[in-house]
Ligand binder design. Structure first.
Ligand SMILES: Nc1ncnc2c1ncn2[C@@H]1O[C@H](COP(=O)(O)OP(=O)(O)OP(=O)(O)O)[C@@H](O)[C@H]1O
Ligand SMILES: [Mg+2]
Length: 242
């Protein structure tokens, strides 16, 4: 299997890492038949890729072979933002869906133990035909046989139907909401859209929420007297919680 090195994957501060861990645990309670999980949001920039990447890394590092499929075919930022590099020519989902590569050619091992990635090598302007093709369904089915967990990063629901198409091939969906930014009405619309796919909406992640000072103090106290030490912090953003 070919290898991708992820060059930029910063370690998260404790609160954030714990929030991602809570999300992981909550998703694991959804049952063993929930393997393929799509992550989306109402608008751009709410943190879909961030949450997907961090959750992917955490599940993988704990020992489950986990595949991240980048399905943001129009505007993927993962390659640039996370510094993905490989020795040869990068092949991705579009190559497979267009019949120019086999599945084994587009799934890469990474420097995250048990973490595999099916990247976007080249953005395309209209992936609808590819997403609606039989080959997309086959890709999802075959990935499901090979991996323990599959996380799918997608474009936002707002302007294009891509995520809704992708959802129909997943066992569940997760909606990321940027705290204090995304209007309530938009979140309601997104929930309705996702519910119409009849694929279970597993949960909503309130991303970048302000750390509640009381609970933050509790956790800091707990970990001081327990097995992890952290100074009290007044970080206002950067929390992800389910
Ligand atoms: N909880 C967080 N704490 C700190 N930074 C965050 C958090 N969530 C997202 N970010 C940052 O916010 C920016 C937007 O996040 P990201 O790219 O994940 O959003 P997105 O929803 O995938 O956007 P797009 O719709 O363009 O794909 C990134 O720079 C990311 O690193
Ligand atoms: Mg993204």
């Amino acid at each position: 299997m070919k290898k991708i090195t992820i060059g930029k994957m910063p370690q998260l501060p404790f609160e954030m890492s714990e929030a991602i861990n809570q999300l992981r645990v909550n998703l694991s309670f959804c049952g063993s038949n929930v393997k393929t999980i799509m992550v989306t949001s109402s608008t751009p920039n709410e943190g879909k890729s961030f949450v997907t990447m961090q959750l992917w890394r955490m599940i993988a590092e704990l020992g489950t072979p986990t595949l991240l499929i980048d399905c943001d075919f129009r505007k993927s930022e993962i390659r640039r933002k996370y510094g993905l590099s490989t020795s040869g020519h990068l092949l991705g989902g579009v190559h497979y869906l267009a019949g120019k590569a086999e599945l084994d050619d587009v799934i890469y091992e990474t420097n995250i133990p048990n973490g595999y990635i099916l990247p976007v090598a080249k953005n395309v302007t209209n992936p609808t035909i590819l997403l609606e093709s039989e080959r997309f369904g086959q890709m999802m089915e075959q990935c499901c046989e090979k991996f323990g967990v599959i996380l799918v990063d997608t474009p936002p629901l707002g302007s294009v139907a891509d995520a809704l198409n992708i959802a129909t091939h997943c066992d569940g969906t997760v909606l990321v909401v940027r705290s204090g930014e995304t209007p309530r009405k938009l979140v309601g619309n997104s929930v309705q859209l996702l519910q119409r796919t009849e694929v279970p909406l597993l949960g909503v992640v309130l991303n970048r929420a302000e750390v509640n000072s009381k609970s933050s103090m509790y956790y800091n106290r707990y970990y001081k007297s327990g097995y992890y030490y952290k100074e009290h912090s007044h970080e206002k953003s950067g929390n992800a919680q389910k």
